[in-house]
Write a protein that binds this ligand. Structure first.
Ligand SMILES: Cc1ncc(COP(=O)(O)O)c(C=O)c1O
Length: 405
């Protein structure tokens, strides 16, 4: 048993003792982030970017320092490339509405995959419908891998945009973003990376990946709800029209039109979320203190344990690669004869929290010929005892449902 030295930082585990295995849905928050939220409201609360008094300037500073923190975290070239949004979904919609609708045309092809979360699929369906561009889906094998033939066949010279999740929220696999970026850049197209499940768990460097856009949510990396990030290359963002219009995103407004504020403000209409941004900075700093090496080691070790225990139970099925190292802490599974909702309810009685359902990836469920799955997803606060209790509870499921062993 290896002790998890970070679990004690998470007050939820003292207040509501549980085994939390639903971090792919949202992470738990450490005291450091909760404290930061409190500190913002107790010492800096004012509407930022518009007030000329000390408190508003403090809120503005908190907000803009968070932007710089995010810039460095993902290695963007410029803080103007960091747009704060509500979440990954809003970030992906920003790119679809502002870039997709204006820069894609009939005759172009948009390539995405059947494993996308609905948030990175529906915006591209909308763009294809409105522009006449053709939407093409890459199909992986059952391990979540795209064959070379599949990529060669479906990514043609007409492909002007690739939208792909960096890490699948069902398979847990890491997709070959860099290779796909190279392919689409040869056509002078762009790649939109959904980093919702990667950014909290691994070092994501937008320049090394060749990402033109990257979307992620703060709440999956321990930040407050309601803050997300849309990274975009400056040159692209400069050329794009605003997504939303209103206060704060203008340079000058007349009765017959308006000019837009400089980046990043052009894309941040209305009152922004400085408390969320301040909390996101606290979360990133906490994450950096833990380090991605520790996260990777912990998630890999515990996933390997889950796989080993599951392999002893003939009625268990795991989706995606058979190698636990390819699962990024996410294990989707089913139990013969038991609906995933029943699995989740039975585990809940033992205070083991997992997810059950289609994981906002209905087309992938159909592709896998499974209606729903259960899913256990890990983060840096999980430990061996969590896995023991999870496995113990899983072993009870078939018996409770009236099966023999
Ligand atoms: C891969 C992926 N993309 C996008 C999202 C959407 O995130 P949010 O609901 O925070 O916008 C999720 C959420 O689970 C996800 O797993």
């Amino acid at each position: 048993m290896t002790e998890n030295r970070f679990k004690k930082d998470f007050p939820i585990f003292d207040n509501v003792p549980c085994v939390y295995l639903d971090s792919a849905a949202t992470a738990q928050r450490p005291a450091q982030v909760i404290e930061a939220q409190k500190r913002f409201y107790e010492t800096m609360n004012a509407n930022p970017l518009r007030g000329l008094y000390e408190l508003s300037i403090a809120a503005t500073d908190a907000y803009e320092e968070a932007r710089i923190c995010v810039r460095d975290f993902i290695n963007a070239a410029d803080e103007a490339e960091i747009i704060f949004t509500r979440n990954a979904t809003e970030s992906l919609n920003l790119v679809a509405y502002s870039y997709g609708l204006n820069f894609l045309h009939e005759g172009d092809e948009i390539v995405t995959t059947v494993m996308e979360h609905h948030s990175n699929m529906l915006p591209w369906q909308m763009v294809a419908e409105k522009t006449g561009a053709k939407l093409i889906y890459l199909e992986p094998d059952m391990d979540g891998i795209f064959s070379r033939e599949e990529l060669d066949r479906k990514i043609t010279e007409r492909c002007k945009l690739i939208a792909i999740t960096h890490v699948s929220n069902v398979f847990g696999c890491v997709n070959p973003v860099k290779e796909l970026a190279d392919r689409v850049h040869r056509n002078k197209g762009v790649i939109v990376v959904d980093g919702a499940q990667s950014v909290p768990h691994m070092k994501v460097d937008v320049r090394e990946l060749g990402a033109d856009f990257l979307a992620f949510s703060g709440h999956k990396l321990m930040a407050p709800f309601g803050i997300g990030v849309c990274y975009g290359r400056r040159e692209l963002l400069e050329a794009m029209p605003p997504f939303l219009t209103g206060g704060e995103m203008i340079e000058y407004v007349k009765l017959d039109g308006a000019t837009w504020a400089e980046l990043p403000h052009k894309f941040e209409a209305g009152t922004v979320n400085p408390a969320g941004a301040y909390g996101l900075k606290a979360a990133i700093e906490y994450l950096q203190g833990v380090g991605f090496d520790y996260i990777r080691e912990t998630e890999d070790r515990l996933t390997a344990r889950i796989f080993e225990e599951f392999s002893k139970l003939p009625y268990m099925h795991v989706y995606g690669s058979k190698d636990p190292a390819n699962h990024s802490g996410i294990t989707a599974f089913t139990i013969d004869g038991v609906h995933p909702h029943d699995i989740s309810s039975i585990l809940d009685a033992d205070k083991v929290n997992i997810r059950a359902g289609h994981h906002c990836a209905q087309p992938l469920m159909e592709y896998l010929k499974v209606g729903n799955t259960a899913r256990a997803s890990l983060y840096l606060y999980n430990d061996d005892e969590d896995i023991d209790r999870f496995i113990e509870s899983v072993k009870k499921v078939r018996g409770i449902m009236g099966y023999g062993a």
